[in-house]
Design a protein around this ligand. Sequence first.
Ligand code: PMP
Length: 326
Amino acid sequence: MTTHREPLESVLDTIGETPLVRVHAAPESVPVYAKLESFNPGASIKDRIGKYMLERMLESGTLAAGGTVIEPTAGNTGIGIAVAAGQLEIDAVFVVPERFSVEKQTLMRALGAEVINTPTEDGMGGAIDRAHELAAELDGAVVPQQFSNPLNVEAHYETTAPEIYDALDGEVGAVVAGCGTAGTLMGLAKYAREHHPDTHITAVEPEGSLYAQTKGGHAEEADYKTEGIGTHNPATNELFDPELVDEIVQIPDRESHAELKRLAREEGHLVASSAGAASVAARSVAERIASGDIDAPYDSVVTIFPDSSERYLSKGIYGSFEEWSG
Ligand code: PMP
């Protein structure tokens, strides 16, 4: 990213060290900062785990040199793994439910990977099953499995979190992040709690998703448009530890969509729906710290903007809510 001022050997050296930028529509006394993960070479937060998981798996011998990785993915993880696989001379195959954006699938193929679609109605569960079937058929094939692989959490604990804490001299009052696999939030939460046990941790999901049930909350299952976060079956989200979060907030698609448009118009951020949801939730946490409803160790909130809106232009992301969600 832009702080690199020396020539680099590989695109993998440009992963991480993303900017942390203030979100201005928040209380003056409790600043909100967003980490802009579209600055990664594959333009999302998932470049971090692509590089981290593959390098660690090659080191440990779980993945042999010249082997194959097969991953069920909604898209960004596929791009992240494809960037790393290409440079590390690993073959990559991705199993993607049909409903996910064509831009992501096009980029995975451009990076040299093979993409296999599974029916939308089988959900991520169907993609996970298919990936394991394929791996069983192919010699030297491994499923990194971002939904259960502790390396997913570790990537954020080792890279994303320390970058945030360095930038803010350790003064982080609350961490707010969307949960897909929950790797991002779990890595940040583990680091935050070690740094200060009272750091407020908020998990974010779309309304209609069922993470809230893991903390005894009432959640009704429904379709949602917000892409990259949420779950219809929390049993598949093995990395999520409800003990590490103070609350799980649900953001309706309509609010996430309005916020991603506001972020572009008012603050110059070309970010997608999961960032819209994270921003709504982070601003609310900041308001609650400012009003004394949340007791945080510092007056600051950190959130993550996981990827860019350019990836969703074919879905009418900057159209009306009805155009986008229809
Ligand atoms: N936003 C987007 C756009 C994503 O692709 C993902 C990954 N599924 C997330 C947020 C959530 O990240 P995590 O899997 O680490 O919870």
